[in-house]
Design a protein around this ligand. Sequence first.
Ligand SMILES: Cc1ncc(C[n+]2csc(CCOP(=O)(O)OP(=O)(O)O)c2C)c(N)n1
Ligand SMILES: [Mg+2]
Length: 802
Amino acid sequence: MLTTSSGSPQDLSILAELERKVLWLASWTIHHANHVRDSGDGLKVGGHQASCASLATIMTALYFHTLRPQDRVAVKPHASPNFHAIQYLLGRQTQDKLEAFRGFKGAQSYPSRTKDTDDVDFSTGSVGLGVAQTLFSALAQDYVRSHGWGLMRPEGRMIALLGDAELDEGNIFEAMLEGWKQGLRNCWWIVDYNRQSLDAVVREGLWERYQNLFRNFGWDVVLLKYGALQQAAFAEPGGGVLRRWIDNCPNQLYSALVFQGGAAWRKRLNDEIGDQGPVTALIERRSDDELAVLMNNLGGHDLGSIMAAFDAIDHDRPVCFIAYTIKGYGLPFAGHKDNHAGLMTPAQMDTFRKSMNIRPGEEWSRFEGLEHPPAEIEAFLDRVPFSSAGARGLQGERIAVPEQLAVTLQPRMSTQLGFGALLNELGRGDTAVAARIVTTSPDVTVSTSLGPWVNRRGLFAREALADTFKSERIPSTFNWEFSPKGQHIELGIAEMNLFSALSALGLSHVINGERLLPIGTLYDPFIARGLDALNYACYQDARFILVATPSGITLAPEGGAHQSIAEPLIGLAQDGLAAFEPAFVDELAVILAFALDYMQREGGAELSEQNWLRDETGGSVYLRLSTRPIEQIKRDMTPALRQSIVDGAYWLRAPGPNCQLVVAFTGAVAPEAITAVGLMAEDRRDIGLLAITSADRLNAGWTAACRARERGLIHASSHIERLLADLPRHCGIVTVLDGHPATLAWLGAVNGHRVRPLGVEHFGQTGSIDELYRYYGIDANAIIAAAQVIAPGRPIRYLGAA
Ligand SMILES: Cc1ncc(C[n+]2csc(CCOP(=O)(O)OP(=O)(O)O)c2C)c(N)n1
Ligand SMILES: [Mg+2]
């Protein structure tokens, strides 16, 4: 019998039926994908029936009782079928999608914000990331509301449903620490404490460590260990002995006994505590089946206790619920350590179906087999608060971005300095764009040139905090004042947190209905530290600008450990992220203006015939910048040049009709490319110099145009194809960048030109820029030597002179 103050007894009995139905539908969805639908590829996909069963009770309580439309949830990846089943019961998911679970365009194996159609709040998949996402979303919500936006909407709770083994992921603890620093509120994490991971049973006593840890960071911890049946049994004579036995029972043994069932429980309990008077009677009063039900009645499978625990939270501090559960609860492989990918056999499914009173052929029927009349259940579902307000996804208004951003060019400057200057200018003005920009950085705010912007716009905190250095009148370049109106979120060093924060801020338009324009800065090599979180942010279509600086071996004196090689390839390959590496600050100004607009686009996947990019869909942007001051070019920014910079390349020196050689460069090596071309001009005819601002966009445009031609659009031609179209066949191309040479090596495949790609394959040496460029072979001399071989002709006089 359910005992709780939450909800009427009638509602509770409907909820209990719905819990079973969720378990059925999730199990059936997985079973259908494996045994009924034939994908034809012979692959049996992993089960996850056990993981779904583990969370079915909690999710029933949450979705049908606790959640409000403004709450947002990250569901443990492998509990995806539960989520889809619940949405299906609420009339927000179709049978077609469930039948196609894990199939092409079907309901997704792991909840996906972008691919699923049933109102997923946060994608999950890579364990740990969805959890941190909820924490940063709570911070993002505070940021938005502190700035006076979205106040007409109620505050939501950001909730994660996580597996206990998911807590092995370090990013969760990095996030917790940051949450504590930032005064986290409105965040709930519900741990599915089934004491099993994928491979095995987890260590004893973890809950206690978690409890201490969470409390240390200011969280309220709620332990849901015993269900109502167990609590009632503990109150019987001998109940204390039973309770102590349960508390002391090792996880492995408990799991094994759950799997074995009532007779095994009886034998074990009798062996271990059967001679202790009243407890014997307590055990003997119960049949094997009743004993199994009692021992399986953990807190996480007791609807009433769960709802009451959720209802009891009367504050906005973060809460961690540790809910004891059984992996595979209610299914034949409950508790078995190998059950993670376990699938019920057709015979077991048939038994389950019969126990649910579901007739063959009626497996998908929403109310089949339920005791309450459909009209009653329908009426109940209509009252469910979570879905009462219709679609929950919001949209933020687009913020107009000027085509041209102001920046004063110095004769020599680096792109990093240019970035600082551009943001400083933005910070000075009173524009809508500047108001919506939020910057963030993992303890490299000053060293990535965000200082001037922060001086103008201040740091964000819910409570104001003065800069003591300022109040003590100690001279300092930087004003470090926190206030609820500040526009910079200063993070600790954990780069994972930077990406999780960008992901949360970058989804503000759909979660809070208020658009933010997040810009995050870090050192280029440390992208690798948070790469999975970056990938995750892109996967769920968060929108942000990532500014990575310094980069490459060009950061020479910073030390070998900080040099980055692979990042341009990440920029090239990462879906959802348009990567740029400008050489000059006027290019950067164009790119930043483009990025601020591009990150707000949400059109269909239309291909533009101009560059064959899906520019209508928009996305996030990665700017790889440098600390190397280089001579700036004085020139007019014509519309054509602006477009070329955005499309990825332009001729800095156009090739002549008999061009023998092209030097194509990206980023900070511009002076070397320019010098080399100058020195070779006498010995190689009509030489061209191609400035590449985005290998990523050039490459994407080229492959898209190829595909378009293969589909019959024979006139499709991408930006790079047009740029290289008039080069004679014998022309050689030397490419050069401070990054892996493969980034530009593909240029030869565009029109069949020979290419010698120069770049950096090894790293770690310190020195001056000149020394390192020479050592790694990306200096002017290396360009000339490569040219000499790839574009043979008379000896180049200046080889060795550069
Ligand atoms: C980053 C990452 N590593 C590995 C996996 C593969 N994986 C999926 S579920 C899982 C075990 C999860 O255990 P737990 O969180 O306790 O959930 P349960 O299986 O008990 O439902 C693993 C290792 C993953 N999804 N993401
Ligand atoms: Mg687990």
